[in-house]
Design a protein around this ligand. Structure first.
Ligand SMILES: Cc1cc2nc3c(=O)[nH]c(=O)nc-3n(C[C@H](O)[C@H](O)[C@H](O)COP(=O)(O)OP(=O)(O)OC[C@H]3O[C@@H](n4cnc5c(N)ncnc54)[C@H](O)[C@@H]3O)c2cc1C
Length: 401
């Protein structure tokens, strides 16, 4: 009878990268090209799952215009160095070299023409060319650092290395394999972690507002949305759960629980001036008929009462006009919350950038320990900025690991 002997594998390498997502693969390519022996470990059964689901399956992989203002961080200057050293043009050179067709959408956003698979395939091809080993289905069980080497215990054996790169991403979409491992590793080594929250995420509404607005599900209108910190001009989408669309996703990253947001439903129109002008022209229409020309009927009916809507323009007082204009140009609503990590595109907060070198992404306290991508407290706007941060931070670390 055959006897099976379990041998726990011990593997020595130069660089271990935890996370085979956007940043982990990019870092592996750069380190591999320098002749470093690199292993990328991931617990998932597939590399780059978020790349595949991004941009509605077409991956908004970068943006023609990238600036530190497009990012949220406790230290807004931290991302500048990496973004300047590996730019959107550098990523486009890679895309062009692999002849991937792409197109520009609003606000300079760049998407694949065919599929997000094109981006993942490039990264995996480049990894193979650089001699990188990508090992999936590997559960991380423990980590130690002794005599300047990292010892990573997994269910597939122990991996020892000189450099360890944490590229485990944020907490959004746990179903896709998101875990807090990166933050736990930081805590284990005394690296500060700033509080995290869901970003680029739809708002849920207070019960009364939900009842009022859920029949509008599917209606989209251009708007500008703002709070004390930021303003965005994008589309607002009503859903059966609350408010979504690019406008809401963008402002959600700047929103704190309990705050109100202001929505200008007619960003191109000063309604007070417009209504007064029409009144001067002796227009006899009801307010309802006039507003039909500006906004969907059902939306207007939710925001203004039938009584007001049936008043004809000459009968509206200055005060009434001001109140109506206020309601549509400065609609203030207090969300109940967000849909949370279940549907968020990103995690705001994370590894404190004060603990990292902006040149190398290496921990200032723990030589050889690097953090890249979304796990770091640098969060991009909607529009390809999160991938650009993943590419840029990963490229920088890849030159030093
Ligand atoms: C639905 C959706 C759409 C998006 N669309 C866009 C877009 O179009 N443009 C854009 O710029 N950004 C987009 N983003 C954000 C973007 O996907 C992320 O910011 C980016 O993937 C971050 O890269 P990363 O390498 O840091 O992390 P990830 O790509 O998330 O990779 C992290 C990897 O670490 C692995 N991992 C996690 N925990 C463990 C563990 N305990 N053990 C082992 N492995 C682990 C994961 O399996 C994963 O493979 C989108 C996000 C979502 C959720």
């Amino acid at each position: 009878m055959a006897t099976f002997v379990w041998v726990r594998v011990i593997m020595e390498t130069d660089v271990i990268i935890i996370g085979a997502g956007a940043s982990g693969l990019m870092c592996a390519i750069e380190a591999g090209k320098r002749g470093r022996q690199v292993i990328v470990l991931d617990h998932a059964n597939k590399a780059g799952k978020k790349i595949l689901m991004s941009g509605g399956g077409r991956c908004n992989f970068t943006n023609f215009s990238v600036d530190s203002d497009n990012f949220i961080s406790n230290n807004p200057h931290f991302c500048k160095s990496a973004l300047n050293r590996f730019t959107q043009w550098d990523f486009l050179t890679l895309i062009d070299r692999h002849r991937i067709p792409y197109h520009e959408r609003d606000h300079g956003q760049l998407f694949c023409n065919d599929s997000a698979k094109d981006i993942l395939n490039i990264l995996l091809l480049e990894c193979a060319d650089a001699g990188v080993l990508v090992q999936l289905n590997t559960r991380i069980e423990g980590l130690e650092r002794q005599t300047n080497r990292f010892h990573l215990k997994t269910d597939q054996g122990t991996f020892n290395s000189q450099s360890l790169v944490v590229a485990t991403g944020g907490l959004s979409i746990p179903k896709m394999g998101a875990t807090p491992l990166g933050y736990k590793i930081a805590e284990q080594f005394g690296v500060n972690v700033l509080p995290t929250r869901a970003g680029l995420v739809p708002f849920t509404l207070q019960p009364d507002d939900k009842d009022l607005f859920s029949p509008l599900s599917g209606i989209a209108v251009p708007c500008s949305i703002s709070n004390k910190r930021q303003i965005f001009s994008e589309n607002l989408l009503f859903t059966h759960r609350g408010l979504s669309g690019p406008a809401v996703l963008q402002i959600s990253s700047y929103w704190r629980a309990g705050e109100a947001v202001e929505i200008n439903l007619l960003p191109q129109v000063n309604l007070e001036t417009e209504l007064k002008a029409k009144r001067r022209q002796k227009l006899k229409n009801t307010l309802k008929t006039i507003l039909d020309g500006y906004l969907p009927k059902r939306l207007v009916s939710c925001l203004l009462t039938e009584n007001v809507l049936n008043i004809s323009l000459p009968d509206l007082s200055d005060r009434q006009i001001q109140q109506i204009a206020d309601q549509l140009n400065h609609w203030t609503i207090k969300p109940n919350g967000t849909e949370g990590y279940r549907t968020a595109e990103v995690t705001v907060g994370g590894i404190d950038t004060d603990a990292l070198s902006s040149k190398t992404m290496e921990s200032k306290q723990v030589p050889g320990l690097y953090f890249i991508g979304e796990v770091v407290d640098v969060t991009g706007w909607l529009g390809g900025y999160n991938f650009q941060w993943a590419w840029s931070s990963a490229w920088c670390a890849g030159q030093y690991v």
